[in-house]
Design a protein around this ligand. Structure first.
Ligand code: SF4
Length: 65
């Protein structure tokens, strides 16, 4: 799911400590860099800063670790 990253999104992501990336998902293998369900991880990997992007691709199978 593609979501626009704007000022409000960035502010709420900070305020609520939003977790949404593979690195924060229970299905992510940190050592191998793979998803346990075999999904591509590139679109959902952590970005250095939300200030640098205008949209984000949420993974519908994300499970908070
Ligand atoms: S389920 Fe989605 S968010 Fe979790 S590791 Fe796989 S691709 Fe990443």
């Amino acid at each position: 799911m593609i979501t626009r990253v704007d000022r409000l999104f960035r502010e709420e992501a900070r305020r609520y400590c939003l977790r949404m990336h593979c690195e924060e998902c229970a299905l992510f293998d940190d050592e191998q860099g793979f998803c346990a369900h075999g999904y591509p991880t590139e679109p959902h990997r952590k970005v250095p800063s939300l200030e640098e992007i205008n949209e984000i691709r949420f993974c519908k199978h994300f499970e908070a670790a």
